[in-house]
Write a protein that binds this ligand. Structure first.
Ligand code: FMN
Length: 344
């Protein structure tokens, strides 16, 4: 009876994320969200080999570095994986060509609304494109531009975030946009939570924080230990001191760096008010504060001064697990939840 229930629950889950699995070409519709410095060949291949969908974070990589990373990832997995490109990258067209030349199956376009020409170039070359929908209208616009799948990422997520939670975005977008598969992201750490979004109409989920703390992640041990110690409330968004000097919200763990950033803004503000720096230079000085800081935390392990980007889900990271176990646990939690209901 239990076996039968499990088989039924597995079939129910398979049905719920069938569109997502079909789109990605995977066994589970779980995406490893691209994380600069973290999502390199080893983690990406581990996620894809475990039945999820790994995504290389191109970040600020040069076209040659990206080509090298794609080739190296392919040497570690036969399973499908994708590449995340930031649309503001100065060499975007060249990066697109690299993806085409290396026959990358899927490209995630992040960091703003991508140009129609970029989407077309990728689609014409047979690449499946994904984009971020921070609101319903933008999601519809992306679909009209030719984007084939969407990610809705709530403000609970790690890294650069929008202002709206996944809870609200899901209600605003999922019932009204049925044309393409939609993947939910931000603050997800359990399969039963993912299941609830699938039942609302999502086709899969994207997770970052959990994978950053996995065994296969190349993040420094200090970075992973910080994740193990942190509670959800420690993962906060960067604070902007003055509305004349916008700060892009980034969610990460509070540390010396986040405290010094406030003092830095206050000092720049004082110099601006006293006429020592122009508005433009003041803005640039604020923006430059975090240059190189993610690398400092992830690679060098300086978790006090670097940027320890993490989602609120960090509070649920209790141990450093292999990627396969992370994915299997998520699937199992979804299935257990379905089985309990069926049993009831
Ligand atoms: C350390 C870190 C770096 C990230 N870097 C990127 C990035 O370069 N590009 C991107 O599109 N998203 C980036 N993200 C967001 C993730 O891809 C993913 O959407 C997010 O982590 C999901 O929320 P979660 O952390 O609560 O699971 C980053 C997240 C983290 C934690």
């Amino acid at each position: 009876m239990v076996e039968l229930n499990r088989a039924r629950a597995e079939a129910a889950l398979a049905g719920l994320w069938a569109d997502g699995c079909r789109f990605l070409g995977t066994r589970t519709a779980i995406l490893g969200g691209a994380m600069s410095w973290v999502s390199e060949r080893h983690l990406v291949a581990a996620i894809s080999n475990a039945g999820g969908f790994g995504v290389i974070a191109c970040g600020a990589m040069s076209p040659d570095r990206l080509a090298e990373e794609i080739t190296a990832t392919r040497a570690l997995t036969d399973a499908p994986f994708g590449v995340n490109l930031i649309t503001m990258h100065p060499d975007l067209d060249h990066l697109v060509r690299v993806c085409l030349e290396h026959e990358v199956g899927h490209v995630v376009l992040a960091g703003g609304v991508p140009a129609g020409a970029t989407i077309k170039a990728l689609r014409d070359g047979g690449v499946r494109t994904m984009g971020f929908a921070p609101a319903l209208a933008l999601g519809k616009r992306l679909v009209r531009l030719g984007i084939e799948a969407l990610i809705i990422e709530g403000s609970e997520a790690g890294g650069h975030v929008g202002p709206v939670s996944l809870n609200v975005l899901a209600q605003e977008i999922l019932p009204h946009l049925r044309d393409v598969p939609i993947f939910v992201a931000g603050g997800l750490a359990r399969g039963d939570a993912i299941l609830s979004y699938l039942e609302m109409g999502a086709s899969g989920a994207q997770l970052g924080t959990l994978f950053a703390a996995s065994q296969e992640s190349i993040a420094h041990d200090n970075f992973k230990t910080a994740f193990l110690r942190a509670n959800a409330r420690d993962a906060v968004t960067s604070v902007q001191l003055d509305e004349r000097f916008p700060v892009i919200p980034v969610r990460g763990l509070t540390n010396n760096g986040t405290r010094r950033f406030l003092a830095h803004q206050a000092e720049i503000l004082r110099r601006f008010q006293e006429g020592e720096v122009s508005r433009e230079d003041a803005q640039l000085e604020i923006e430059h504060f975090w240059a190189g800081s993610l690398r400092r935390a992830v690679i060098d392990g300086d978790i006090e001064n670097g940027s320890v980007m993490a989602g609120q889900s960090v509070g649920m990271v209790k141990e450093v697990k292999p990627v396969t176990q992370i994915i299997n646990d998520l699937v199992d939690e979804a299935i257990q939840s379905l089985m309990q209901r069926k049993a009831g």
